[in-house]
Design a protein around this ligand. Structure first.
Ligand SMILES: Cc1ncc(COP(=O)(O)O)c(C=O)c1O
Length: 378
């Protein structure tokens, strides 16, 4: 009944697991949900108030496709100030969530038959977005710390795009300047585009976030994507954005104009306040995430489960090959320990030995989870 193009797209594993966990919990099971991809904090009050007051003021009508001018300006200011990008409000496009920005950018950049390089285990939606555009994915190898290895081997005459996601979902790895320079050199030498998905930029521990689009030679080759979901705990508001070469932004805007039209008007008003208002709650959230990360990594290591220390995001990605591999261990976690997690295989072939555990849950729940894991592995 559906087109073959659609029929090749899988359901999002993370969304599926989250729905299963919610259903089991609703049925009275004491599920510890470590499958979640969203902060467990509330959206800061001043941001909520900005959205509510915008509704009360009657800002409930259509807005320009690329976003309200105030938000585009606030985003451009942020990108220039914090990310050292050379951009202006005219080159910023606001989207309903960063996912839509990824989708639109990939539709704009990829032709039928093109290849897109993903570096190691990667966020679940990149491959389907490439498939929607008729393109395929080449999976780049990574080392034990999830840093790219021999990336040049993945470049073919069909390669058009490399996706960089630092800090990474699912591995939590953060690319330093040297790694990004190697990717830059490949992009320049082979005339490739880079999509830099920086949605976890603010959730980073003792590391520096570097935007590859700020590096010499990358201005006209990079589409930088970010959003409000993770930094401001605004997943349900659906607000993201992208910036990049004018020609790409033109086609991204056209795609939006014929699909979603725009991000919700009053949500955009809240976005202005998120960027320009106090940032203290972001810092407190990161402090709490760091404490949880340390607790979880130490606990897993005590149980003999190898786990590299993630430099960002709110996931750990332990190697469970000695426990039957990612798929079997995820099933066991749910069945025998009532812990919802995501098998590494959801993030590509390189993830099969791993499981992704989100620590967007309280320290007491993490402690409990570790006790339950101890019971099933000992
Ligand atoms: C790497 C990555 N990019 C993009 C997104 C999409 O975020 P948004 O909620 O803004 O659509 C997510 C959400 O999980 C993500 O993990």
């Amino acid at each position: 009944m559906v087109s073959s193009r659609m029929a090749s797209i899988h359901e999002s594993t993370t969304m599926k697991i989250s729905a299963t966990a919610k259903k089991l919990a609703a049925g009275g099971q004491d599920i510890i949900d470590m499958g979640v991809g969203e902060p467990d904090f509330d959206t800061p009050k001043h941001i909520v108030e900005a959205g509510c007051s915008s509704i009360r003021m009657g800002e409930t009508h259509y807005a320009p496709t690329a976003g309200i001018p105030e938000l585009r300006r606030a985003i451009a200011d942020k990108l220039v100030r914090e990310n050292l990008l050379h951009t202006t409000a005219d080159d910023v496009v606001v989207t309903p969530g960063a996912k839509m920005a990824v989708f639109a950018a990939m539709q704009a950049l990829l032709q039928e038959g093109d290849e897109c390089v993903l570096i190691g285990p990667s966020w679940v939606s990149y491959e389907p977005c490439a498939a929607f555009a008729g393109a395929s994915v080449a999976w780049g190898k990574v080392d034990d710390n999830f840093m790219p290895q021999d990336l040049a081997e993945n470049i073919s005459p069909k390669t058009r795009l490399i996706i960089v996601n630092s800090p990474s979902n699912p591995t939590g790895s953060v690319f330093d300047r040297k790694v990004l320079e190697e990717i830059r050199d490949l992009a320049v030498d082979h005339n490739l585009f880079v999509i830099s998905d920086e949605i976890y930029e603010k959730i980073i521990y003792d590391r520096e976030h570097i935007s590859i689009g700020s590096m010499p030679g990358m201005e006209d080759k990079t589409v930088t994507i970010n959003g409000f979901s993770k930094a401001y705990a605004m997943t349900g508001w659906r607000l993201g954005y992208l910036t990049g070469p004018k020609e790409v932004m033109k086609w991204v805007t056209r795609l939006l104009s014929h699909s979603v039209s725009q991000a919700t008007t009053f949500v955009q008003r809240a976005g202005v306040v998120a960027l320009q208002g106090p940032q203290g709650e972001v810092a407190s959230m990161v402090t709490e995430f760091r404490a949880r990360r340390d607790m979880l990594v130490a606990g897993l290591k005590d149980l003999g489960i190898p786990c590299s220390v993630p430099g960002g995001a709110f996931y750990v990605f332990p190697d469970v090959s000695c426990l039957g591999g990612g798929d079997a261990f995820t099933d066991k976690l749910l069945k025998d320990a009532l812990i919802a997690a995501t098998p590494g295989s959801a993030f590509g072939p390189g993830g099969a030995n791993y499981v992704r555990l989100s620590y967007a849950t309280s320290q007491s729940r993490i402690k409990q989870a570790l006790q339950r894991i101890e019971k099933i592995v000992k």
